[in-house]
Write a protein that binds this ligand. Structure first.
Ligand SMILES: *[C@@H]1O[C@H](CO)[C@@H](O)[C@H](O)[C@H]1NC(C)=O
Length: 208
């Protein structure tokens, strides 16, 4: 009963009130999405447009909050992250999307806005976080599967370049994020790009 209620909310919010993920109306997705309205986001105060398609996708973990296995808990975590990031003056949750242990993709900034998630890489990337601490443990199969589908949707949407490079946060900056276990998993995915990327240099070469 409870589960079907959650799923109803998720699909309802996705299909009726929030068209941004499906702005190309031929595109439908086969994974659950919870829009900003669905999780109760406050309005964004930072809507600088992203120069699309971006050449990089950066994978993050949250460390805290730890994994959320229910939609109710993931929605609460999205609200708490947005509140925290707003308190840092970021004007919104920093990530473009987050994926929960429930296999639901939670819309952060969406596809069209510059994120605040990886310093010098922000203008050249989409930032996707997998809610949880993935230094030792690996995310659930559902969480990984939805993340992969989100990547291909981003390409179809024209937000992510078709020859994008997929990296972990620690390949752009000095951090433990996205956790060793998650990075090991991601390193087996299509478009994974090994090694450090010098975004300060890339920014100099790019006309925004
Ligand atoms: C969440 O689910 C995973 C399995 O996918 C399990 O290993 C973990 O213990 C669960 N965590 C909580 C806090 O329920």
């Amino acid at each position: 009963m409870f589960l079907s209620f959650c799923i109803f909310i998720v699909f309802c919010a996705y299909t009726s009130s929030h068209p941004r993920l499906i702005e190309k109306d031929h595109l439908s997705v086969d994974f659950p999405v919870c829009s900003r309205d669905c999780w109760g986001a406050v309005p964004s105060k930072d809507t600088r447009p992203l120069n699309k398609p971006v050449p990089y996708v950066i994978i993050h973990h949250t460390a805290i909050p730890t994994v959320c296995n229910t939609t109710t808990r993931c929605m609460r975590d999205m609200r708490s992250m947005q509140k925290y990031h707003n308190s840092l003056g970021w004007g919104d949750i920093g990530y473009h999307f987050c994926v929960g242990g429930d296999g639901v993709a939670y819309e952060g900034r969406g596809w069209n806005v510059i994120g605040i998630h990886a310093g010098p890489a922000n203008k050249l990337s989409i930032g996707i976080c997998l809610i949880g601490d993935w230094r030792v443990e690996t995310p659930s199969a559902e969480q990984l599967a939805t993340t992969k589908k989100l990547l291909s949707t981003g390409v179809e949407m024209g937000a992510i370049s078709s020859d994008y490079k997929l990296i972990g946060h620690n390949q752009a900056m000095t951090t433990e994020c996205p956790g060793g276990a998650l990075l090991e998993e991601v390193s087996t995915w299509d478009n994974y790009h090994p090694g450090h990327v010098n975004f300060r240099e890339l920014n100099k070469q790019t006309k925004f």
